[in-house]
Design a protein around this ligand. Sequence first.
Ligand code: ATP
Ligand code: MG
Length: 137
Amino acid sequence: TERTLSIIKPDATRRNLTGKINAKFEEAGLRIVAQKRIRLSVDQAQQFYAVHKERPFFGELTEFMASGPVVVQVLEGEGAVQKNRQVMGATNPKDAAPGTIRAEFAESVGENSVHGSDAPETAREEIAFFFSGLEIV
Ligand code: ATP
Ligand code: MG
């Protein structure tokens, strides 16, 4: 079975939405096989989002990701990467399908409540950024 990395972003932890978001994952058949609440430094956020470093929103994104606690988690299930992206909805909450996490909870394109890996290869790298094998059960 496939795994993907998910992050519940600071806008969502601040509004106490961790449980409601996790319910969406579990209802979709994604199993939470690792999870921890951490606070990223700006430096760590820049490392994690290095692929976006030339984008105009890089500064805003990395400052935001370091602005409060995040919940990093590994989700497991058949087609977990795509399934998670379906449950998350489009990046901009205005474009997100009804019932998706971003449609229900996201505040803006920047503060959009969740991150999910975009491909199985990226998922492996992003999981290794936060978790050791022993932490995933
Ligand atoms: P994520 O990678 O967080 O799961 P995504 O794959 O839907 O989201 P990306 O294009 O990878 O979207 O952008 C990464 C993140 O950068 C977005 O989730 C959002 O928080 C932020 N972002 C993207 N576009 C913008 C924008 N135009 N203005 C501000 N922030 C943005
Ligand atoms: Mg992305």
